[in-house]
Design a protein. Structure first.
Length: 296
């Protein structure tokens, strides 16, 4: 084999590895792992950094597996959208068979970590999250906004899984962490759906609420779900999970987040929807970090 052939071979392997990594949607998976790590840190009496790393790896792996299932089922639809047409599957950089093997490996390895290093409850919740996202939420995206409601469940699981992984106990505390992230999902995802509405329509996705239009009815739905964040943001303090400072921070950022929904209601533009989308990215990590710092 000549050096040119060896170089070409390494290049092909490198391209394949890069494509498999892209399938993970690593930035999204890392954000979800961060949310789960916050739940783990809140629940743990003493944080083991070895376990924290293992938890994050398992979280990224199970999220990556769910993302890959989503991309396998939507590979033909992804070809229709500008945002997704260059993903590894629609662009032909990996085969469906290779992608299935990658998803199985990630899913099994992640569940193994949850079972061996944490507990069975966290593993079952992680598996349920994968099934709901990959096999229920994904096909419902072409049915209607019910998909957003269903998708909000696996989307809100990470901090709950983190708490359960740390404590091997399911109760009000992880339920509250779930509730905060559950209600946050709606303004977050509908803001994204608003901005990407034209692209989504090319694939037949029907995700905006109410009548499916970018109008006041849709913004009212967004505002109602955001409003729930104000009372649930106080519940960790009421349950003794955190102190009063984080409750005030959750309230302040909840009010600012809610104000953005009113701004969207007044303007009903893609620009204000994009502002709300970025506002959602700010709200959740700040509130979760505030809860953690208030516990320390």
């Amino acid at each position: 084999m000549t050096s040119a052939e060896e170089s070409l071979g390494f290049s092909k392997v490198g391209d394949k590895v890069k494509a498999l990594f892209e399938l993970l949607k690593f930035r999204l998976a890392a954000l979800i792992a961060f949310s789960g790590a916050m739940g783990y840190s809140l629940g743990a009496s003493d944080v083991s950094w070895t376990k924290m790393v293992l938890f994050c790896l398992a979280s990224i792996g199970i999220t990556g597996a769910a993302n890959i299932i989503n991309q396998i089922l939507e590979k033909d639809l992804d070809k229709m959208m500008k945002r997704t047409q260059n993903r590894p599957l629609p662009s032909g950089r990996v085969t469906v068979e290779q992608t299935i093997v990658w998803a199985i490996f990630l899913g099994v390895a992640s569940l193994f970590i949850f079972v061996v290093y944490f507990n069975m409850i966290s593993a079952l919740l992680a598996l349920l999250s994968l099934v709901l996202y990959g096999f229920v939420y994904t096909p419902l995206k072409r049915v209607g906004p019910i998909a957003v409601f269903v998708g909000a469940f696996p989307g809100a699981f990470p901090p709950m899984i983190g708490w359960v992984a740390a404590t091997n106990h399911f109760g009000l505390e992880p339920g509250i962490l779930f509730a905060i992230q559950f209600f946050w999902q709606f303004p977050h995802f509908w803001a994204i759906a608003w901005v990407l509405d034209d692209d989504y329509k090319r694939a037949g996705f029907k995700l905006l609420p109410a009548n499916g239009l970018k109008d006041a009815d849709t913004t009212l739905q967004i505002m109602i779900y955001t409003l729930f964040l104000l009372p649930v943001g106080w519940l960790p303090y009421k349950l003794g999970m955190t102190g009063i400072n984080s409750a005030f921070i959750a309230t302040v950022f909840g009010v600012l987040f809610l104000a953005q929904t009113f701004h969207l209601m007044r303007k009903c533009t893609d620009q204000t929807a994009r502002q709300l989308m970025f506002g959602s990215f700010v709200y959740l990590p700040i509130v979760q970090i505030a809860f953690l710092l208030d516990k320390l």
